[in-house]
Design a protein around this ligand. Structure first.
Ligand code: AMP
Ligand code: MN
Ligand code: MN
Length: 336
């Protein structure tokens, strides 16, 4: 999909600008277990707003609220409050990178009571759950919509804001490797780098470091990886799983295993890759990736999750085998 400057009607940009200008306090939220785009878009916008004199609170609705280790380098962490300290009935609330109300987790009731709820997102599957929607499925990342809104508000994109926005852009384009890598994505990267950020430091924080224990846990995942040549409609399915016992054995926190899918999805013999990850409470988060022929967002949405056609996920309380049994039949190639 290409970026479409008309995906958001001009009148909606105008309303968003008016709402933000009129507000003294703006309450920001991003999706649970935030990734670089969720946290980067929220904190980047929050920092720019605060520099313009607004009072800003930001949060995400995870039980056991912690910022993933990978994202602790992002500026603006001091904007964050725990869900319990979040305004119960915000006059203006804005959500980032969340495709549904559910993705706000513990903050969904706050969003339900907000006088105005501005939804900033780029998921095709966005359910338009707010009172105003800045949603462009053609945007490579939610941070791209934040840059447009900041521009319309006349906010300054300084080095810290740029660092947050760039983190979202490189996360969702896979460092300019995925199909979301448009001329607009590169042009935005150019503007952000010109604001003085440090691309190599950001890349190292996001992808090029891990505790040693990660290698042991990755080893466990690779030990039990399965290739099903007949899977995904005969195009090949590769999958594995990681238990909380695997992680406990080596002392590895849950937020360190996000990169396992990037190892699994590289195999030539499979169109679809799946990694099932058990969290500390015994729930499972399922990551799916496709090379383009199978719409994994459709499959994951059918199982209560969501995402993008080539990168999607859902939660499960079943065993890995049982979860795979419900997922397998949904992994069918699109009609040519
Ligand atoms: P992940 O595999 O966790 O990197 O997630 C890939 C993409 O799938 C994310 O960008 C989200 O858009 C989406 N996603 C993952 N888990 C869920 C979920 N439980 N519900 C809705 N969307 C999800
Ligand atoms: Mn996200
Ligand atoms: Mn995103």
């Amino acid at each position: 999909m290409t970026a479409d400057a008309t995906a958001v009607p001009e009148a909606d940009w105008g309303r968003a600008v008016a709402l933000v200008r009129a507000a003294d306090t703006v309450a920001l939220a991003c999706h649970v277990t935030p990734d670089g785009d969720a946290l980067g878009s929220m904190l980047g916008f929050g920092l720019a707003l605060r520099a313009a004199g607004k009072h800003v609170v930001a949060s995400f609705g995870d039980r056991g609220f912690t910022v993933p280790r990978l994202l602790r380098f992002l500026p603006g962490q001091d904007l964050l409050v725990e869900p319990a300290a979040y305004p119960a009935e915000p006059s203006l609330m804005m959500t980032f990178d969340a495709s549904t109300m559910d993705r706000l987790g513990l903050l969904a009731p706050n969003a339900g009571k907000a006088a105005e709820l501005v939804v900033v997102d780029h998921h095709v599957s966005n359910t338009r759950f707010g009172s105003l929607h800045l949603v462009d499925p053609g945007a490579a990342s939610t941070t791209m919509l934040v840059e447009r809104l900041a521009g319309r508000l006349g906010l300054t994109v300084d080095r810290d804001v740029a660092t947050c926005l760039y983190a979202g852009l490189v996360t969702d384009t896979g460092s300019f490797r995925y199909s979301a890598t448009t001329p607009a994505a590169h042009a935005m990267a150019g503007r952000l780098i010109a604001a003085g950020l440090d691309p190599d430091a950001i890349a190292r924080e996001l992808w090029d470091r891990s505790p040693f224990a990660y290698l042991r846990v990755l080893g466990a995942a690779l030990d039990r990886v399965t290739l099903e040549p007949e899977g995904a409609g005969g195009r090949g399915l590769v999958w594995t799983y990681l238990t909380r016992v695997d992680r406990a054995r080596h002392g590895l926190p849950y937020d360190e295993v996000e990169g396992v899918i990037d190892v699994i999805r590289r195999v030539d013999e499979a169109e679809v890759a799946v990694v099932l990850k058990e969290d500390d409470e015994g729930g499972w988060n399922v990551s799916t990736r496709s090379k383009g022929a199978v719409d994994v967002a459709r499959a994951c949405t059918a199982l209560g999750g969501g995402g993008h056609p080539c990168a999607a996920g859902f939660s499960s309380t079943l065993s890995p085998e049982e979860t795979m049994a419900s997922l397998r039949p949904l992994l069918t190639p699109d009609a040519a």
